[in-house]
Design a protein around this ligand. Structure first.
Ligand code: FAD
Length: 417
């Protein structure tokens, strides 16, 4: 069967992206300056971004992914809402042995930025709604997908037919695209829940991020900018708690919740006040057996989901985007098939090591630090102090977290495709 034997498509594009979350949307924007025509479909209704709370999440975005946002033209819109991360202080419970990263040790650029989910989503939505090259269909979902030589024909539930050379699955952790392709998933849940909220504090955060390892999991205090209502001195909290205890904590009244938070936060920023709602995210680690299939590539959480201990889930997804966009743009330029096996295996090979290393690192860190076993605690504290006292190792960690080490795709260096 060839594509011409199938129904005449209503929409004929080079690339169909299933899932218009952050990762899928950034991919469409990244390809805007290439001749590659894209279409995104998302099952979601249009979310009301005027709600200041949205889902409470704010992301630590690495320096290299900030370069990506700049290279695709989103930075001028986002800059005012982005809070630079100048230092990171890591401590193990009450131990005095700690690890301190300062951006000045590796250059003059911040190590990363903090950006609220709602700001990034708004910027992407505005950009895509005026795009000449990327089309967005939402709400929409796939009913059937037929592979044929030279492309894929996709029937949508609403009866429309899309034809593309390549399908990208960017439909998140529960990816149906991955399941329909028969790609196996390895998954184990952590007995932990991520509690997320935003606080306002008396003193300035000085753009310092704090990560405290507590027996039930990491507790992160992440610096935000002031908000549109003029509320200054804000930080985002990602508080990992035992899953059974998290429910009890989330149900506490405001005063009791605040005092539990204060016990972990401390008083170094003065008095704190919780702004807005509390959110809960069940945590798990999962990875797809492979990231490509016949005319299919997986990106973002559809390919890999990890513990937020190092704030790397979205960062990894954006690195997938930078890599795939470069491979596709170069393949197209050479007049080759963007859905062909050569392009897909180049993408999979380029990302393989980084994925495996990051999944392993986040899982090991969580296992090592989320307990209060005395010998383990002593060993890890000595480890933290040793890394802190040895600048070459410390700088290596910093460069890796900033995403500027290894074979870095063009967009992550801030260069156009
Ligand atoms: C508490 C917490 C804190 C975090 N902090 C950080 C951080 O600081 N830094 C960081 O890098 N990462 C962080 N992460 C991870 C980050 O949130 C995710 O990695 C990222 O949001 C994944 O984006 P995505 O676009 O791949 O998937 P999603 O955001 O899940 O988007 C998937 C999209 O696909 C659509 N969809 C789903 N199924 C279908 C279908 N069948 N058809 C059509 N559309 C479909 C959905 O509607 C959605 O829009 C954190 C995660 C948590 C839980």
């Amino acid at each position: 069967m060839t594509l011409s034997d199938l129904n005449t498509p209503d929409i004929d594009v080079d690339l169909l992206i299933i899932g218009g979350g952050l990762v899928g949307s950034v991919l469409a924007v990244a390809l805007e300056n290439t001749p590659i025509k894209t279409c995104i479909i998302d099952k979601g209704e249009d979310i009301d971004l005027s709600d200041a709370d949205f889902d409470g999440r704010a992301f630590a975005i690495s320096a290299s992914n900030k370069n990506l946002l700049a290279a695709i033209g989103l930075w001028p819109v986002l800059e005012k809402d982005a809070s630079p991360i100048l230092e990171i202080r890591v401590s193990d419970g009450p131990s005095l042995l700690a690890l301190h990263f300062d951006h000045k040790d590796v250059g003059d650029q911040p190590m990363g930025i903090m950006l609220e989910n709602r700001h990034l989503r708004c910027a992407l939505r505005d950009r895509l709604s005026s795009s000449q090259r990327a089309r967005v269909l939402a709400p929409a979902s796939v009913e059937a997908l037929v592979n044929a030589p030279g492309g894929v024909q996709i029937s949508l539930v609403d009866g429309r037919v899309v034809r593309a050379q390549l399908v990208v699955g960017a439909d998140g952790r529960g990816s149906q695209t991955r399941a329909q392709a028969g790609i196996k998933l390895t998954r184990w849940p952590y007995p932990q829940t991520g509690i997320v909220c935003t606080v306002r504090h008396q003193r300035m955060h000085m753009n310092i991020a704090h990560e405290r390892f507590l027996p039930s999991g990491p507790f992160a205090i992440l610096p935000l900018t002031g908000d549109a209502l003029g509320v200054q001195n804000r930080s985002s909290i990602v508080w990992t708690e035992r899953a059974d205890l998290a429910h009890v904590i989330l149900d506490l009244d405001e005063d009791a919740f605040r005092s539990e938070l204060m016990r972990r936060f401390g008083d170094f920023l003065g008095n704190i006040e919780i702004i807005g709602s509390r959110y809960a995210y069940p945590l798990s680690l999962q990875f797809a057996e492979r990231f490509v299939d016949n005319r299919l590539a997986l990106v973002g959480d559809a390919a890999h989901g990890m513990h937020p201990i190092a704030g790397q889930g979205l960062n990894m997804g954006l690195k997938d985007v930078a890599t795939l966009a470069q491979v596709l743009a170069e393949t197209y330029r050479l007049g080759l098939d963007i859905g062909g096996s050569q392009a897909l295996s180049q993408y999979a090979k380029w990302r393989r090591f980084d994925h495996a290393a990051m999944l392993l690192a986040t899982d090991m860190l969580n296992r090592l630090f989320s307990n209060d076993i005395a010998p383990v605690r002593i060993a890890r504290d000595v480890g933290l102090a040793a890394v802190n006292a040895f600048p070459p190792i410390k700088n290596l960690f910093m460069r890796h977290a900033m995403g500027v080490s290894g074979d870095v795709p063009k967009l992550l260096r801030g260069q156009p495709l």
